[in-house]
Design a protein around this ligand. Structure first.
Ligand code: MSP
Length: 511
């Protein structure tokens, strides 16, 4: 059976993990977990991009071997994944043998197919971006700062016949509206493609850059880092082997908007076309995390350390924050105050307090067992009805990567449950000796427990650890194995379950 194959960009091995990297992994993880709950076998790949000039230079500066640097950075990124509870199935590193073999076999194949040729290159080059430039890349007559120093070079290099695929590519993008998401990005790509691209230079002379995969047909050259890196998506799932059929075509490729053009929407589709492989089903381009309006990156020094927040508030709080704040495809400004407001407000007050209060009341009034919900009035009905109404919208939101709106709907439900608690005032009902009030008290707690069970089940992809804790506290240990649709139906399944002790899920953090 074909897996639902999901990838992230592979991170550059020349820096520390930051918020942007963490966000991308959490986003991919939420999609992967949701698909698994929907019963699909998932293959979730992430990894590290280890070759190239920048890695070589950073290692030189530190006086260590590039491989040593990569091993250390791989450790940092894997630690990040672990701390964020990322459920990836594979972590690929481009210095691994399995990857190098595939890169070399692809190069050899394309060379034999006459897709790659040797030519003289004379022109402008940015060592910082490892990219050849044209005069048209200037902005207002100047080289943009991110190019660094621009130099003139003249050398022989190998080129991939990208132009051959130009008309096909334009047509493909125009006729496959789901290929690039959000859709407005496809328009930008087509705009960019109004000018025919040049063939892609896929080699770097070894004398200038040693840290790369050698070309199989010319040992004096190594492979251009993008050509090498993009192939990770194939090398991880057995390119050239029968197994590839279990994964390919890749279903969703998650990347930041900065690497959509030209790498993922021009080089990558043309490479796949030349290899006679199917296109990715969807390239999902997210926006940037900004700090005071600027992109968070190592070069600008504007970096938020995700692990600081994980340490302070827990992985699930971090996951909730980034999923709740960022609207897919748009940029989002990070602020400490906003993080704390979401943590203490949404998580502490709306969610944590409800769980705590309910467990406490169940212990105090019902001997820690969930009672029978044999009473219902307009307020119970309204809650149920509200859930029936929002459920398809929640599923739809997950399906179409609008995680922030799934969370918005779930919090709407939590707030209704809180309001229902106030309205019914179980603590007053508990004081009464009337049978009717006792029934009402029990029904209130049963309804609250069921409402909470549903919210927490739908929250599993975003907050897996918290969901597990709450489900366990409600006496459910195997709920996580249920199918998405089945676990989200309003039912009486909780009756008679014995509940755990109330613990504080999100202790208040000042600051
Ligand atoms: N190595 C390349 C990708 C090769 S994929 C075959 C690369 N690495 S990166 O470390 O610079 O970026 C990794 C991912 O993090 C990219 O998708 C990038 O867009 C994303 N982010 C890096 N900074 C970001 C923000 N400030 N905000 C959100 N994501 C951004 O590019």
């Amino acid at each position: 059976m074909k897996h639902f194959y999901l990838t992230t960009a592979i991170d550059y091995a020349n820096g520390q993990p930051h918020m942007g990297h963490a966000y991308e992994k959490v986003l991919a993880d939420v999609i992967a977990r949701h698909r698994r709950l929907c019963g699909q076998p998932v293959y979730f790949l992430t990894g590290l991009d280890e070759h190239g000039q920048k890695v070589q230079q950073t290692a030189e500066k530190e006086g260590i071997e590039p491989q040593q640097l990569c091993d250390r950075v791989a450790g940092d990124f894997q630690k990040l994944c672990h701390s964020l509870h990322i459920s990836h199935d594979d972590y690929i590193r481009t210095t691994e043998k399995r990857h190098k073999i595939v890169v070399q076999s692809v190069l050899q194949k394309l060379f034999e197919q006459d897709e790659i040729y040797l030519a003289d290159y004379q022109g402008l080059y940015s060592p910082r971006l490892e990219q050849f430039l044209q005069e048209k890349d200037k902005v207002d007559g100047h080289w943009p700062e991110e190019f660094g120093e621009v130099i003139e070079i003249s050398e022989k290099n190998y080129f991939f016949r990208l132009r051959r695929y130009y008309p096909w590519l334009v047509h493909y993008i125009k006729t496959h509206p789901d290929f690039i998401f959000p859709h407005f990005r496809a328009k930008q790509v087509l705009e960019f493609l109004k000018d025919e691209p040049n063939d892609l230079c896929i080699s770097r002379p070894k004398k200038r850059l040693a840290w790369g995969i050698p070309l199989p047909f010319d040992e004096d050259y190594v492979t251009y880092v993008w050509f090498d890196a993009l192939l990770n998506y194939l090398s991880a799932v057995g390119y050239g082997e029968e197994a590839l059929g279990h994964y390919w075509p890749v279903d969703i490729q998650i990347i930041g908007k900065d690497i959509l053009l030209p790498a993922h929407t021009i080089y990558w589709p043309c490479m796949l076309k030349a290899l006679e492989l199917e296109m990715p089903r969807t390239l999902l381009a997210h926006g940037w995390w900004l700090v005071s309006g600027s992109k968070m990156s190592k070069s600008t020094g504007q970096v938020v350390q995700p692990l600081d927040y994980v340490r302070l508030c827990g992985a699930d709080a971090f996951r909730y924050f980034v999923m709740r704040e960022m609207v897919i495809g748009q940029d989002c400004d990070f602020s400490h105050e906003r993080f704390m407001a979401r943590y203490n407000g949404d998580l502490g007050n709306d969610f944590g307090n409800l769980v705590h209060r309910l467990l406490h009341m169940l212990r105090r009034y019902c001997g820690s067992a969930i009672p029978r919900g044999n009473f219902s009035d307009a307020d119970d009905q309204a809650l149920r009805q509200h859930w029936q109404e929002i459920l398809p919208r929640i599923s739809e939101a997950y399906q179409h990567f609008a995680i922030h709106s799934a969370l918005e709907l779930l919090w709407e439900m939590l707030r209704l449950l809180n309001r229902f608690t106030e309205l019914r005032s179980p603590w007053s009902l508990a004081k009464s000796s009337r049978d009717e009030d006792r029934k009402k008290l029990e029904a209130t707690l049963a309804t609250l427990a069921e409402g909470l069970r549903l919210v927490v089940n739908a929250l599993q992809p975003v907050m897996p650890e918290t969901s597990r804790i709450v489900l366990n506290a409600l006496g459910l240990t195997s709920e996580a194995n249920l199918h998405w649709d089945q676990s989200l139906r309003w039912s009486q399944g909780l009756e008679g379950r014995s509940v755990g002790d109330p613990s504080v899920l999100f202790p208040r953090v000042e600051g």
